[in-house]
Design a protein around this ligand. Structure first.
Ligand SMILES: [Zn+2]
Length: 721
């Protein structure tokens, strides 16, 4: 059964990607084994039972044209299942209503997840067009379930008995009952017929708008390239970055003697950090920050205006003053007021720090004999210089110790030390692209846990950023576990003909972050699909991911996995010390850049009146001026490419990363106190946080793990603010 507001795709803070909705996996069920009715379905692997190891998807045989018939059939089967639940003449019970609902729609969801995964990770125009056609149909299908009065009446009948002694439910079952009841109410089950009809129209339009938004960002990102054909313009750039740029030129069919820089982070950021060519930095930076705002066919401003208007209307229909009120009612934060109060506590010291950092960079410019004013496209370049001066640390010094394969092994080692997990590469499981690798994940005793796919390099068919997705969630049927299939995607530095993939510290951190989400999916131990894995409150979901970032810079752990790719020597203690010393460096910038986007997100979603398309950039400017963002820092995502909130599930929720940072900073202290790999602490973290999904209240779970509630100070301390 597909779900509202649940999270199946989770993103790193620096990422953006198309919306992914939570769905239910396929299982070996009689319906999948039904004989195909025509020759076209007979050839369609989406109709068949999957016979690959662990019932993994036959990616090698799935084609674009398979999706439409499979989804059409999936909707039909799901409707039949829902009809049977809603029209059951027996009295409504937990089993014949809630449990049955949780188990419905498996065939549809299996396909839908695959489609959404490919849209994010390996898309093409044909697939995009299919998804755009299907979006309103799927949206309508969801609404027909959530707005089905007979079905809701049965859910409510069970819900109304929740405190009676005749209903004996275990805590997870009780949670499922309350969760579904709330899902239905939030989806409009209590509205009258006219309101329901309007809500359906709104949802369909929003579904299409979100896809369009993501597609525009992808097109705009791919459309730009900075071509350099004069070797002297490469001055200052590290050799590996030049080699990657030459490779990018070759891939684009350019003649030799040309280099290409793109708006993908592994290309863009080193250029901004190392190129002394201020004019070129300005050019590529402006291209980056103007994506979706170029007045062309891929301009997103009208999409934003329309999305905001529809979300407001939907919130009002459902009885909320604003979209943010509606969204936050289902999060730990509860109200917009709480979010702003929380943001303000960190913003004030962070903004002060950013002023200090800007003036230090301005002094460096003066010391070089220049008299220009620091601009946003100068920040990376001078920050990198200052880092070198103050801490004798050059980001490029770290790369040789962060060969991708070593970093992956480091992540696996950490999971092994904490939870005893083992990762075994498999070559017999189909993949959708040659870059994808597959690992079987096992318990310490060798028993099977699930499958982890990794897909780490940028390409034109892939969205930017890094994310985790569940191709199949863990759940139990008759007490027997259906094992999860989890994917981690990233856009990390690619290998070149002479060098393996060597990552930056930020990329390493990103890999560990997504790996943390993967563990949340892999170690899930729930019965119900609606509650399992990452199906938790959005401002809780980043705890399992962000906590993993903490280990990355711990000397005790670094020396275990960070080895020089040529010599095999561990990272020297002096270099580790330099990383530690520099950890508060540029934190004003990082915090302000992120938090300004959090405020912008909130401001967009507390409007009580629509905003015109031609007013979109003005609205953004006002929101950023109100908080006093300095002009030398550009908000991490400007509205026309803020996919988290306009194409993803983070609307009125971008603050979640910082919210969860309070939890993860505080939770990691527990490991610091007892030992970095302390078995008892790890066991508790696995049990109370990683295995429980949304089967209990998140704060209750946290308090059980930690023995108390967390405090904001943990973040200020961590960031040195
Ligand atoms: Zn994340």
């Amino acid at each position: 059964m597909k779900i509202f507001n649940a999270i199946s795709a989770v993103f790193l803070v620096i990422t953006m990607l198309a919306a992914c909705q939570s769905q239910k996996p396929g299982e070996k069920s009689s319906e999948e084994a039904k004989p195909a009715s025509s020759s076209s379905t007979a050839d369609n692997p989406l109709f068949a039972a999957w016979t690959s190891p662990f019932e993994t998807p036959p990616f090698d045989r799935i084609k674009n044209e398979h999706f439409k018939p499979a989804i059409t059939e999936g909707i039909k089967r799901h409707n039949e299942e829902i009809k049977a639940i809603a029209e059951n003449t027996d009295p409504a019970t937990f089993s014949n209503t809630l449990e049955a609902l949780d188990r419905s729609g498996l065939f549809l969801d299996r396909t839908r997840r695959l489609l959404e995964n490919l849209l994010s990770a390996n898309t093409n125009d044909e697939l995009q067009a299919i998804a755009t056609d299907l979006a309103p149909i799927l949206s309508q299908h969801d609404d027909e379930i959530y707005l089905n009065p007979q079905l809701f009446a049965r859910i409510k009948a069970v819900y109304d008995q929740r405190d009676s002694s005749s209903l004996t439910l275990n805590p997870e079952q009780r949670q499922l009952l309350e969760r579904f009841y709330k899902d239905f109410v939030r989806a409009g089950a209590n509205l009258n017929d006219a309101q329901k009809a309007r809500l359906k129209e709104i949802n369909q339009e929003l579904a299409v708008l979100e896809l369009k938004f993501a597609d525009n960002v992808l097109k705009e990102t791919n459309a730009y390239q900075l071509v350099i054909d004069n070797q002297s313009d490469l001055e200052g750039l590290p050799a590996n970055i030049i080699a990657a740029a030459a490779e990018a030129a070759t891939e684009r069919g350019l003649t030799s003697g040309k280099w290409v820089f793109t708006l993908h982070k592994p290309s863009l950021i080193p250029f901004l950090q190392y190129s002394p060519r201020r004019d070129l930095r300005e050019k590529i930076f402006k291209a980056y920050i103007n994506r979706g705002n170029n007045g062309n066919a891929y301009d997103n401003k009208a999409n934003i205006a329309r999305t905001i208007a529809l979300r407001l209307e939907k919130a009002n229909l459902l009885g909320y003053k604003t979209w943010a009120d509606y969204v936050l009612d289902d999060c730990m934060a509860k109200t917009p007021g709480n979010v702003y109060k929380f943001l303000d506590e960190i913003w004030t010291p962070a903004l002060k720090r950013s002023h200090e950092e800007a003036s230090a960079l301005q002094q460096l410019i003066a010391a070089e004999g220049h008299d220009f004013k620091l601009e946003a496209w100068d920040w990376w370049y001078y920050a990198e210089k200052l880092r070198k001066q103050k801490y004798a640390l050059d980001e490029e010094m770290l790369r040789p110790y962060f060969q991708l394969e070593n970093v992956i092994n480091g992540a696996f080692l950490l999971a092994n030390k904490l939870y005893g997990l083992q990762f075994v590469e498999r070559h017999d499981i189909p993949v959708y692209h040659p870059d994808v690798k597959v690992f079987e994940v096992k318990e310490v005793d060798g028993s099977h846990i699930g499958i982890l796919y990794t897909d780490y390099f940028p390409r034109a068919s892939k969205g930017a950023g890094a994310w985790m997705n569940a191709i199949r969630d863990e759940y139990k049927i008759d007490g027997k576990k259906v094992t999860p299939l989890i994917i981690n995607c990233g856009n990390f530095t690619k290998p070149t003909p002479d060098q393996p993939s060597l990552l930056t510290l930020e990329e390493v951190t990103s890999l560990f972050h997504e790996f943390g989400h993967a563990l949340h999916g892999l170690l899930a131990d729930c019965t119900y699909l609606r509650l399992t894995g990452t199906n938790v409150a959005r401002d809780f979901v980043e705890l399992p991911s962000q906590i993993m970032e903490n280990w990355v810079t711990e000397p005790e752990f670094l020396k275990l996995f960070a080895r020089h790719y040529q010599t095999g020597q561990p990272m020297p203690a002096e270099l580790i010390a330099k990383i530690r010393n520099a950890r508060y460096f540029n934190q004003g910038f990082a915090t302000v850049e992120y938090m300004s986007a959090s405020y912008l997100d909130m401001d967009w979603h507390i409007v009580t009146q629509p905003v015109k398309a031609e007013e979109v950039m003005n609205f953004e400017a006002k929101a950023l001026a109100r908080i006093g963002l300095i002009p030398e820092i550009v908000v991490r995502y400007r509205s026309p490419y803020f996919s988290h909130i306009f194409a993803g599930e983070y609307s009125a929720g971008y603050y979640s990363y910082m919210w969860a940072e309070v939890l993860d900073a505080d939770a990691f202290e527990a490991f610091k106190e007892k030992g970095l790999f302390d078995a008892a602490t790890a066991r508790d973290f696995r049990y109370y946080i990683l295995s429980r999904g949304g089967s209990a209240d998140p704060m209750e779970l946290y308090v059980k793990f930690r023995g108390r509630e967390p405090k904001v100070e943990a973040v200020l301390k961590r960031r040195g603010l």
